[in-house]
Design a protein around this ligand. Structure first.
Ligand code: PRF
Ligand code: ZN
Length: 372
């Protein structure tokens, strides 16, 4: 049986890699940023626009899709690709992260997780078998193991239990997975920022020989040194010939640094969420378009940016529009997504050209440069 994932490393620079990941719905250049369309839609951006931006791999969420429209309906129509008419790749997260993000409404036992819906207070049971069954129905190219996610600050027996349970659940995930020929199941390394627990989780998961691995349990408020050390511990231990996905990380600086540390895939709602609050990504850091001084800036968000926001509009106009019309959020979201997609292509190319040092120096120098 051929694998539904081929990972070809084109060039490396220390821990960093530039690769081509071949998935059932086409090729993806890595390092890659995956925009998040939680409920089967990007907030304020159409799939046609995502395709025009050059997005090859999108993220969706099992918990939300299981609730509505439901796995059965998605299966009937031939999966999420058909339902939303998206021809490129999709990755679904398992629902594990909702344990933390909706923690007041969840209960975790060895059997699985019980969620109370914030919409109508109905309950949903998500065992590893259920998560995988729904992800098989959704039909994404990469599906995620159901992990027991606790807050990063958790220590002691609960962190250990969560990490070990994630491995036990992985074996149930693997047994339940019915589409091994066309869907890749990625295990998720847990263990918080405790090196011993991480090591154990890494050893256990690597033994299961998956097509790719995720690093979970980070970007939860831990300090930067713990964060970087844990990332390096994972990227130096995980097999070199398989993709590594750092979950929930999407600040441009973190993406650049973690790509240098050997991460291949990233996702985060930050780019589109912050756009809806009026913040744009630029080479000079974050630009807050709500600031009153912006009313007098008759220049695009980023000179030279090829996105429609920068091609057609001034900062002054967007500043005016943002408190009046929703389309402003749409325009800024497009810019931020374009910014990250181009950043990743530039990272990929600079590794291939042997110019990663120059690229990172240039990026950090302008990102942190003070005005004036
Ligand atoms: N597990 C899952 N999804 C996630 C994470 C995780 O640990 C994170 C990291 N905080 C983001 N999304 N299943
Ligand atoms: Zn732009």
């Amino acid at each position: 049986m051929t694998r539904p994932l081929e990972f070809t490393i084109l060039a490396t620079h220390n821990l960093a890699r530039a690769s081509i990941m071949r998935l059932p719905h086409g090729e993806v250049k890595t390092p890659v940023y995956m925009p998040v369309g939680t409920k089967g839609a990007m907030k304020g951006v159409t799939y046609q626009e995502m395709d025009d931006l050059g997005c090859k791999l999108l993220l969706a969420n099992t918990y939300h899709l299981a609730y509505k429209p439901g796995g059965d309906l998605l299966e009937k129509i031939g999966g999420l690709h058909n339902f939303v008419n998206w021809k490129n790749n999709i990755l679904t997260d398992s629902g594990g992260f909702q344990m933390v993000s909706m923690s007041k409404l969840t209960e975790v036992t060895e059997e699985g997780v019980t969620f109370e819906s914030p919409y109508d207070r109905s309950t949903m049971h998500l065992r590893p078998e259920d998560s995988i069954h729904t992800q098989n129905q959704i039909g994404a190219d990469i599906i995620m193991a159901l992990d027991d996610v606790v807050r990063t600050a958790t220590t002691g027996p609960r962190m250990q239990e969560a990490s070990e349970r994630t491995t036990r659940w992985l074996d149930r995930d693997i047994a339940a997975h019915k589409r091994k020929h066309d869907q890749n199941l990625f295990p998720i390394v847990q263990g918080g920022v405790d090196p011993k627990l991480r090591e154990q989780s890494l050893n256990d998961l690597i033994q299961r020989e998956a097509n790719g691995y995720a690093i979970g349990g980070l970007a939860g408020g831990e300090n930067k040194v713990d964060f970087w050390k844990t990332v390096v511990q994972c990227t130096t231990k995980l097999p070199t010939n398989k993709p590594r996905y750092l979950m929930g990380v999407g600040y441009p600086v973190d993406i650049v640094v973690c790509s240098c540390l050997g991460v291949d895939m990233f996702d985060c709602v930050f780019s589109t969420r912050t756009a809806r609050f009026g913040t744009a990504f630029t080479d000079h850091g974050f630009l807050k378009l709500r600031n009153n001084q912006i009313a007098n800036v008759f220049e695009p968000i980023q000179k030279g940016c090829q996105c429609q926001a920068c091609k057609y509009f001034t900062q002054s106009y967007l500043h005016y529009l943002i408190s009046r019309e929703e389309v402003a959020c749409h325009i800024i979201s497009i810019h931020n997504l374009n910014y990250l997609i181009q950043l990743m292509l530039n990272l990929h190319q600079s590794i291939i050209d042997g110019k990663l040092n120059e690229f990172v120096n240039g990026f950090l120098k302008t990102w942190y440069k003070r005005e004036g």
